[in-house]
Design a protein. Structure first.
Length: 467
């Protein structure tokens, strides 16, 4: 877990810093234009995975595992090549038609190459994840981020505008894939078996379905904002989302990236999962609550200080999205637990129901009638309903209780009460940077007093064992 924490502090911290620099060099319309492409590009990258990543991580190792890896590798490479061509020639036309934006054509055709590059890195990621070698994954992501950022800032300074973001995406994917292969000793052999693929197809199909729905749920707001409110509004919303949901997701990975393989190896012991769940809920909440509260309280002065005036519209949606971070943390790593226990079909159904019944209607109403603030409210409501559904499902199949979850949340709740009291008493009377520092200090003290500063990863991993 310590390497995931380092990933947040160094890799993700630098990533946000790079966005701050680029926001000063570029205009919201540039970010909005690339955002339109990334929505479709990311969907294609989900498709090229075919659910194999989680399926191979979750499946127990046996004598046929080497053949499964070889078969999956060659299948994914072929799929990546085909989908790259489809995206370049058919996907580009669909995007231009859907958004009525001819400027998308050339950048999207160039960025299609990243799909094949991404498919090349899937198997090394699986191998490293199964062995819990998160250090290597973090280092690969760091190389990717630094290389992509260097290219983006350099070309932005030279006046390349939106093309600096295009080159950033390609460079980052290429460097990450190369780094993953350099740190993974596994190499594919020239053999292939459809039978081996069919053995993981059941879990993989539902895993892919979950990933598609999750991706749609995470990116429908971008699609609706771009289609209804335009590229400039999408650029502003992208900043708000980066400061809230993207930062929240990155921080959560410190805990949840470790949890899925651990829950997978504990899948036959639901009582043990119920026992360790509150501890990780405590860690997750103490990690995410201060980030969320900082943005809820201080998004406006933060954005005013760091960005030019044309970005000030991001403040209100950022404050609203901050509540989504609180909601996410309150349910702990429930999604990872449910999937790790092999309940992928249940997770898929909950994901689908929530997206169709809540997500799409809320986004349509929010974008059409209330602008960016309405979209932010819709996203928060969708997160809330989904997390409630998933936690309820987990409670029904384990000995975990609501009381145990609330017990895990107590340190974060106490710290939130203190931080909120500070904000209303003195928050507007002193420098907001100092107030944010005090807020994080309060949660740091809560972590120390509750024992959450002692990362439980090594003890749990040693108990479960890695195969």
């Amino acid at each position: 877990m310590i390497w995931n924490a380092l990933n947040l502090v160094v890799n993700k911290g630098l990533s946000v810093l790079v966005r701050l620099v680029l926001a000063r060099l570029l205009v919201p319309d540039d970010f909005g234009l690339i955002g339109l492409i990334i929505v479709f590009l990311g969907l294609t990258n989900v498709l090229v995975d075919f659910g194999f990543e989680k399926a191979l991580v979750q499946r127990r190792r046996d004598a046929d595992s080497p053949l499964r890896y070889d078969s999956a590798f060659w299948f994914l490479i072929a799929a990546g090549a085909v989908l790259s061509l489809v995206f370049a020639f058919a996907g580009t036309r669909v995007m231009v038609w859907f958004y009525d934006e001819p400027r998308l054509s050339t950048p999207s055709m160039v960025m299609a190459a990243s799909i094949l590059l991404h498919s090349l890195g899937i198997l090394p990621t699986i191998r490293l994840t199964r062995r819990l070698r998160f250090r290597n994954i973090v280092l690969a992501e760091l190389v990717s981020m630094v290389g992509g950022a260097t290219v983006a800032i350099s070309f932005a300074l030279l006046g390349f505008g939106v093309w600096s973001l295009v080159l950033q995406q390609l460079t980052a994917v290429a460097l990450k894939t190369a780094a993953l292969w350099s740190m993974c000793r596994w190499r594919p052999r020239w053999r292939f078996s459809f039978q081996a693929l069919r053995e993981i197809a059941s879990f993989g199909t539902y895993s892919l379905g979950n990933q598609l729905i999750y991706y749609a749920r995470q990116n429908s707001d971008y699609m609706f904002v771009g289609a209804i409110l335009g590229t400039n509004a999408l650029g502003i919303y992208t900043l708000a989302y980066t400061l809230t949901e993207t930062l929240r997701t990155s921080a959560a990975q410190i805990v949840v990236r470790v949890m899925f393989p651990v829950f997978s190896q504990l899948q036959d012991n639901p009582n043990e999962i119920a026992r360790i769940f509150p501890g990780f809920t405590r860690t997750l909440s103490l990690l995410l609550f201060p980030i969320a509260l900082s943005l809820i309280f201080y998004a406006a002065p933060l954005i005013d200080m760091m960005f030019p005036p044309e970005w000030e519209g991001a403040a209100l949606p950022a404050r609203i999205l901050g509540f989504g971070g609180l909601v996410y943390a309150m349910s702990g790593p429930s999604g990872e637990a449910l999937q790790g226990m092999g309940r992928i079909r249940a997770f898929f159904r909950l994901n689908l129901i929530n997206y169709v019944v809540v997500g799409i209607p809320a986004l349509l109403v929010g974008a059409n009638y209330f602008g960016l603030a309405g979209v932010a409210v819709a996203v928060t409501i969708t997160v809330l309903t989904f997390r409630v559904l998933v936690l309820t499902a987990l409670l029904s199949i384990t000995s975990l209780t609501i009381g145990a979850v609330l017990y895990g949340l107590l340190p974060a709740i106490y710290a939130s009460v203190v931080a909120t009291g500070w904000y209303f008493a003195l928050g507007d009377k002193i420098n907001f940077i100092l107030s944010i520092a005090v807020l994080f200090l309060v949660f740091g003290c809560a972590a120390l007093l509750s024992g959450s500063a002692r990362l439980p990863r090594s003890r749990l991993i040693n108990k479960v064992g890695v195969r």
